[in-house]
Design a protein around this ligand. Structure first.
Ligand code: FAD
Length: 382
């Protein structure tokens, strides 16, 4: 049934994201041409592999490669090295009614807990004074060690308390399945502690590429209803598919990831339906570059007589990707925010590699970006 409804909506709303004039209105010709070059490079998987190797080597040997990285990748996918440097990007997005989510994206370095904590708290302070920063975000693995039995949650509680004191909602990213159970357990407690029946401060993330997560979503919703507090849910498909599958094969257990994309899409869309049906208790943050899922959410809102700018529903994409979705949605009056990653260039390399790999492996993503950019450049010529 859902499939039939979805097909009808997709046909009806097919044109929702086709307007490249709106999609790229913040971009000069020069910037569009630069993006075009990058997405062309990313369309060759062997170049991405070679580039990843060169980036890691240059980083290890401390070669002066910052300028190349900045020019090629960083400027496309990141807001700046510091919060201050991100302000141009935040202001530019705001001109088009798009919010920003400052994301300190230094990954996999548990040694720098204090720096990471400080940066996250700085993003909350910045958000308190700047309504264009709509959410803050963090990864638990950057703040606590999942290998240690003595796990100190003080730092996470401190961040959540500051977010609550300043009324700034905070997203907790989802990570690999072997640490996610623990992240789930901690996040459920944080939601019970910091969310109330009227206000959502903590947003949990649900990865719908996992076989078990649609049921998990329903379970935490029912638990929260019993405890009489709201929940915020960031719905995503999931970013670690290959890593998950490789580990499952290596260690001889069943992969927690759906066997097919179709099953993953089905669960993502069912999750949207479930959340909309329970919108009085669940705030929705839909993190996706999938046009059909965005169309479905917009249609579900309409069907349920929810305003386009209902404050409980947010659409979000990553900076440098799927602008045609973000800008067209915001033009139509929906709540849209972009993740704006920041951090020292060298330390952002793992994040940039993930973006490069995602863009070269997600079927059709790069060719879609390239086609849209070409379409817009041609339109401007005429
Ligand atoms: C704002 C935002 C925040 C995000 N936060 C997180 C986060 O906290 N944690 C996280 O893990 N990811 C996060 N992501 C990334 C997200 O999970 C996806 O990896 C990425 O957005 C691509 O999925 P999609 O829905 O945009 O597009 P699509 O192109 O429709 O989907 C691609 C995704 O589908 C899934 N998939 C592809 N092939 C198969 C298959 N054969 N079988 C099963 N599943 C398949 C994979 O998850 C793949 O990434 C975030 C993305 C956005 C936009």
């Amino acid at each position: 049934m859902l499939k039939v409804v979805l097909i009808i909506f997709v046909i009806l709303f097919k044109n929702m994201f086709e307007n490249t004039e709106i999609g790229f209105k913040s971009k000069s010709n020069k910037r569009l041409k630069k993006s075009k070059k990058l997405f062309k490079l990313l369309s060759f998987p062997f170049l991405v592999k070679a580039g990843k190797f060169l980036l890691l080597i240059s980083n290890k040997l401390k070669l002066p490669s910052n300028k190349i990285i900045k020019n090629l990748f960083f400027d496309q996918f990141c807001g700046g090295e510091t919060i201050e440097e991100c302000k141009n990007c935040i202001n530019e997005l705001n001109e088009y009614n798009i919010g920003s989510i400052l994301d300190y994206s230094v990954e996999g370095d548990i040694k720098n807990i204090q720096t990471t904590k400080k940066e996250i708290i700085n993003t909350i302070q910045e958000a308190k004074n700047n309504e264009n920063i709509t959410f803050c975000v963090f990864k638990m693995s950057a703040l606590i060690s999942f290998n240690s039995k003595e796990r100190n949650l003080d730092c996470i509680n401190e961040i959540c308390q500051i977010a609550k004191d300043n009324s700034v909602p905070i997203l907790i990213d989802a990570e690999e399945s072997w640490i996610q159970d623990e992240i789930d357990r901690i996040t459920e407690k944080l939601m019970a502690k910091y969310n109330t029946k009227d206000k959502t401060i903590i947003f949990h993330t649900i990865q719908l590429y996992r076989k078990d997560k649609l049921n998990y979503l329903k379970k935490i919703h029912l638990n929260a209803t019993k405890k009489k507090h709201k929940i915020g849910l960031k719905l995503v498909r999931g970013a670690y598919m290959e890593k998950e599958r490789n580990r499952a094969i290596k260690n001889g257990y069943e992969s927690p990831i759906h066997n097919t994309k179709k099953e993953c899409d089905r669960d993502f869309n069912l999750a949207l339906e479930y959340c909309i049906k329970n919108i009085e208790e669940i705030e929705i943050f839909s993190g996706t570059h999938n046009e059909n899922s965005c169309v479905l959410l917009a249609e579900l809102m309409k069907k349920n007589n929810l305003k386009k700018n209902d404050s409980r529903i947010h659409f979000s994409q990553l900076l440098g990707m799927s602008d045609h979705i973000s800008f067209n949605l915001s033009e139509k009056g929906y709540n849209v925010s972009k993740y704006v990653p920041f951090g020292p260039i060298k330390e952002m390399i793992p994040y940039l590699i993930r973006r490069a790999e995602e863009n070269s492996s997600v079927k059709g993503q790069t060719s879609r970006e390239l086609n849209l950019i070409n379409q817009e450049l041609n339109r401007r010529k005429n």
